[in-house]
Write a protein that binds this ligand. Sequence first.
Ligand SMILES: Cc1ncc(COP(=O)(O)O)c(C=O)c1O
Length: 375
Amino acid sequence: MENLVGIRSEFPILEKKIILSSCSQSAISRKVIEAMDAYKNSLIEEGMSWDVWMEKVNSAKVKFSKLINCRPDEVAILSSVSDSISSILHSLDLNMQEVCVTEMDFPCIGHAVLAQKRIQNFKVTFIPSDNNVIPLEYYEAYISEKTGLTCIPHVSYYNGFKQDIKEIAKIAHKKGSLLLVDAYQSAGSLEIDVKDMDIDILVTGMQKYLLGVPGISFLYIKKEISEQLSPSTIGWFGQKNPFDFNLKSLELAESTQRFNTGTPPVVNAYIADAALSLINGIGIKAIENHLYNLSSYTLETATQMGFQIASPLDLQTKGASTAIYVKDANRIENLLKEQGIIVSARKDVIRIAPHIYNTKEDIYESLAQLSRLTL
Ligand SMILES: Cc1ncc(COP(=O)(O)O)c(C=O)c1O
């Protein structure tokens, strides 16, 4: 990456620490810090600036829709991926059908499906994993003609396993199921084109590879689908004319806008707008290539050092994050933190999750320290 020095200088924390935690919280850029200040200053200097705030919310949405190649009106803004998942599940008629969830999904997907099952009568099928990956044949085997919805992660939060969305979409659609993709571990690290991949519903947030913070989530629903849905988790920003203040009628906004709820998370939208500018400015393809090279280097170096790896060893089925088995992962995360190396523990693994600002030296240093602590 030619301009790596310039990119690194955008992230002040890199002067003091090695940040390899993009699967959980990425480093924060100067642009994001300025955006936080801009919101704070708007409150201190102007008091109330609804027009400016709504413009920021809209601008973040437009940038996000550009990133995943959809229309801005196909994106609703909520506060967390869990909120977005719950909202879409509440709105679907799944009675007498089946919902498939993979065992590699983030727990909030399973929770939302199980909560909805208390309201509607459908069967839940958990698609298993085999050695921390899900072979494509499993989708053929587990999705049935009764499946109304199939939920999958694009990239697994646990080990970075990356799925072939286009092929899974073909299988789901052939059987008559909608496809919901949780892209929280891929958005900002991999190219996503919802039209080309034929995704019906996509959820993600800003905290991980999108270089922002928690508190904002984007819910994409294909227009043709969202216009058939009547969400029950709603709010005045999901109405056709929110500023009519008419409480006696319910007129849902067009397309996915009807999934907006109350006043959007404005400070998070300022941050999202700045972070998405940075991502779109660098270019998602350049980010993906850089992370592919670091992923390859991490696998090679970790193997040479003798670590047991929980991630796929084939780069074609692996995202940016590499999961390494360690005993007492949370304690190791804290010990590395004391040395200024920020990685993220989950269950029995430490996840090394770089971004565009990381170098091979960062990876080597973190693996060398991990080796001193564990091997
Ligand atoms: C893939 C994935 N989905 C969902 C979530 C949960 O997101 P939220 O806390 O916004 O509900 C996470 C959080 O780590 C995640 O990695």
